[in-house]
Design a protein around this ligand. Structure first.
Ligand code: UD1
Length: 428
């Protein structure tokens, strides 16, 4: 549970140091189960999703410790040290029900122990989000799979195999890639996801002694090895956090340096903001974002390198302020316009028809009390609140925003936005 108060912001100014990517850190934490050696994930952000996965890893016998002592990583974040010397089946299912990314322990457990038992995962209610592609991949590597009372039970010694994904699922690509690292022989993942976090995971696995080739393309080939060893790894900066801050700037105006942001991971968003009139400059230290969006937008979410579904909600907040009609098409998830209802409470004129949303933007956005229904919906409401007239109270009864943004009120507050967390204190 968290509640934020946000008042109309002056133009944002200064710099934000972009945290390490949640969606890189989570699979890399799961990958630590592939070795009995210590693994250190540098610059790990303080997020409740990270805490949830740590809880789950501990229940698999993995030692997990935060380390603030060494040289601080990105955004002064500490390292997370893990060691899965003694690995077992998760004793506690409860964290799996809370977070979909928990399914990522399936591949590593199966690869190392020859068996895995995981709960069908929970997470943000943004669509059906089945795990059939993960299961299909494990079967292609020779696993026997049974579904039993809401659990997936897998067993078998893995051998190389080929799998074609019906859609380029990020999580399935990661899970299969991890499982294949310790399989006997070569594996091939066709129609693999190409997101930068996939390439990051592959780099980390290769530094652990794996032989993964082709990550970032549609075909990934993994030559199995007998054993992986420990690693110290710094994952990439969070393109979704950087993109959210770019959207907030496009609403409030100003001049902000997103320190560490990697433009090559954010092309789709940057093109869209530029089309809307925002000035973007790629600098050695990161990305500079200047000025307000003034033109309507046409946004179609797609798998990478298309426009990321995770930034659809934040950029819809931008569209609420730009004069003219913006058109959105969400193709990745089937139920990802829940923020539209809350944005309407703030004066937005949004029509949603199935996967299409039409937004008539303008100067009418005003503060009121709104509720965050999922992680990126919460970020969208905070972005909108920065530009709305008066005070907006963003209620986040399930603490979604803390799952993916480390102290968003501090990051935006440092840029000059009048935002306060009313209660409770952020996670330690
Ligand atoms: C990851 C990201 C999430 C992002 C999403 C899409 C992490 C921890 N989370 O989630 O932030 O929104 O990618 O970029 O990295 N699908 C199936 N069957 C499967 C798997 C997926 O039908 O077995 C469908 C899903 O329902 C969805 C689509 O494929 O419609 C994409 O899902 P996927 O790429 O798997 O997303 P996640 O890995 O869960």
């Amino acid at each position: 549970m968290a509640t934020y108060s946000v008042r109309t912001s002056p133009p944002l100014r200064g710099e934000a140091i972009i945290h390490t990517a949640k969606n890189s850190v989570l699979p890399i934490l799961a990958a630590s189960l592939l070795t009995s050696d210590p693994v250190s994930v540098l610059g790990t952000p303080r997020l409740t999703d990270v805490d949830t996965l740590c809880e789950l890893l501990r229940s698999c016998g993995c030692q997990v410790e935060w380390d603030d002592s060494g040289p601080v990583g990105r955004a002064s974040a500490p390292a997370l040290n893990l060691c899965a010397r003694e690995l077992c089946m998760p004793a506690n299912d409860e964290p799996m029900r809370r977070m979909r990314a928990s399914i990522l322990i399936m591949g590593p457990l199966l690869a190392r122990l020859g068996m895995a038992r995981v709960t069908l995962p929970g997470g943000c209610a943004i669509g059906q989000r089945p795990v059939d592609q993960h299961i299909k991949g494990m079967q292609a590597l020779g696993a026997e799979v049974a579904l039993h009372q809401g659990h997936i039970e897998l067993s078998g010694r893995l051998r190389g195999g080929s799998v074609y994904l019906d859609m380029p699922s990020v999580g399935a690509t990661e899970n299969i890639m991890m499982a294949a690292t310790l399989a006997q022989g070569a594996s091939r993942i066709e129609n693999a996801a190409k997101e930068p976090e996939i390439t990051d995971l592959a780099m980390c696995l290769n530094q652990m002694g794996a032989r993964v080739a082709g990550a970032g393309s549609g075909t990934i080939i993994v030559q199995g090895v007998a054993k992986l060893h420990g690693v110290k790894y710094q994952p990439i900066p969070d393109r979704i956090e950087a993109g959210t801050l770019a959207c907030a700037t496009a609403i409030a105006g100003g001049n902000v340096l997103l320190r560490g942001a990697r433009s090559e991971h954010m092309r789709a968003l940057l093109f869209k903001l530029q089309e809307a009139g925002v000035i973007i400059a790629e600098q050695r230290e990161g990305l500079r974002v200047r000025g307000k969006a003034v033109q309507p937008l046409a946004v179609r979410t797609m798998v990478y390198p298309g426009f990321p579904t995770d930034l659809q909600a934040p950029i819809m907040a931008v569209a609420c302020f730009t004069p003219g009609t913006s058109v959105f098409l969400e193709t990745v998830f089937e139920n990802r316009y829940m923020h539209a209802t809350e944005l309407r409470r703030m004066g937005a004129r949004i029509r949603v028809e199935d996967r299409v949303a039409l937004i008539d933007g303008g100067p009418d956005m005003h503060g009121t009390r709104v509720i965050s229904s999922d992680l990126r919906a919460g970020a969208s409401l905070i972005c909108a609140a920065v530009g709305a007239k008066g005070e907006t109270i963003v209620e986040d009864p399930q603490g979604h925003i803390d799952r993916g943004y480390e102290r968003i009120e501090r990051t935006l507050g440092d840029l000059g936005a009048p935002i306060r967390r009313l209660q409770p204190d952020p996670p330690a």
